[in-house]
Design a protein around this ligand. Structure first.
Ligand SMILES: Nc1nc2c(ncn2[C@@H]2O[C@H](COP(=O)(O)OP(=O)(O)OP(=O)(O)O)[C@@H](O)[C@H]2O)c(=O)[nH]1
Length: 307
């Protein structure tokens, strides 16, 4: 999964992989987008938004820090769940540094506690990030930090608010000096390794999450099928939203196609902004009953198909 370290000898630079792991909704995607300074991964108030490993690249004080945003780790039930959780742990096992993000308000309960107990098996530097400090009293933070450090001997602990900013720059300062010496993996101006087609599909999926409040988004999946750069400088993108039932298709379309129009409009606006060019976005909804059991769909998302 991770790339081999480039072979040319260079000693003045540092580089490495940093996995962000945590329970669903801990704030991993929010943190990654803040550290990178741009949107590379989707955020929603619903859990389990991130499905595969997304890399966000930060240049800081001569170091290239390649963050790997993992799906939230939770007790898997469906096949898709299993693939997501396996992918998250493999992100940690491959990394030079693993940052465990905890939601300060929720504390070390349920999934967060299970991850904490699994962390001793992960090698490399381990960092505790206590997030959402804007939501709790300072005393509670110290208690939480002490409790987590009883189970895992963290190399460093940071108190942060990924949403508001405090503490986030300190993480970069620390990581920049902690990563091993070596040449950079990616060009200096690259901020993500997510192909544009996939990012475009993720943006539409985010709009689906925001727009529809039922259980539906978990049963849906977006793929970019066509991508055509036009002579006038615009791009024409066709995407398919896969759902599992006819009733779900109706919900996505909405009355007179109103819902899908709104989803399309906000996805198009965001994409045009990111790509700095006009975008024509066409969305289609298809029913595919068993997409959750189809290996091809997993490959598209970037996950291993669990047996
Ligand atoms: N108040 C507050 N809210 C935050 C903070 N960081 C993240 N959030 C919110 O927490 C929610 C979940 O954030 P995400 O970044 O999607 O969480 P995630 O860990 O990537 O979630 P999954 O994709 O489910 O694994 C969103 O509504 C964020 O706005 C923070 O520092 N303070």
């Amino acid at each position: 999964m991770r790339q081999d370290r480039p072979t040319q000898s260079q000693t003045s630079t540092r580089s490495g992989f940093v996995a962000l792991i945590g329970a669903p909704n801990a704030g991993k995607s929010t943190l990654l987008n803040r550290l990178v300074g741009a949107k590379v991964t989707i955020v929603s108030h619903k859990v389990q938004t991130t499905r595969s490993l997304v890399r966000g690249i930060v240049m800081h004080e001569g170091a290239q820090i390649v963050f790997v945003d993992t799906p939230g780790i939770f007790k898997p039930r469906r096949r898709l769940d299993r693939a997501m959780v396996t992918s998250a742990w493999s992100g940690a096992h491959d990394a030079d540094v693993t940052c465990f993000l905890v939601d300060a308000e929720r504390g070390l309960v349920g999934d967060a506690q299970n991850i904490l107990e699994g962390l001793p098996k992960v090698s490399g530097t381990k960092v505790l990030l206590i997030n959402k400090i804007d939501r709790v009293k300072p005393e509670a933070l110290l208690e939480l930090a002490a409790k987590a450090n009883e189970t895992v001997d963290f190399d460093q602990t940071f108190m942060i608010s990924a949403l508001k900013g405090p503490g986030c720059n300190d993480i970069l300062d620390y990581l920049a000096q902690k990563l091993p010496e070596g040449p950079w993996y990616y060009p200096e101006d690259q901020i993500s390794d997510l192909p544009m087609r996939q990012l475009a599909a993720e943006i539409t999926r985010e709009k689906l999450y925001h727009r529809l409040h039922q259980e539906l988004p978990y049963a849906s999946h977006v793929e970019t099928e066509k991508w055509e750069e036009r002579k006038d400088g615009s791009v024409r993108i066709e995407q398919v939203i896969y759902v599992q039932r006819d009733s779900q298709k109706k919900i996505v379309l909405g009355k007179g196609g109103e819902t899908i129009k709104q989803i399309s409009r906000s996805a198009r606006q965001e994409l045009s902004g990111i790509m700095e060019q006009p975008v024509h976005l066409f969305l289609f909804v298809k029913v595919r009953e068993n997409w959750g059991d189809d290996p091809e769909r997993y490959r598209e998302i970037g996950l291993e198909f669990p047996s």
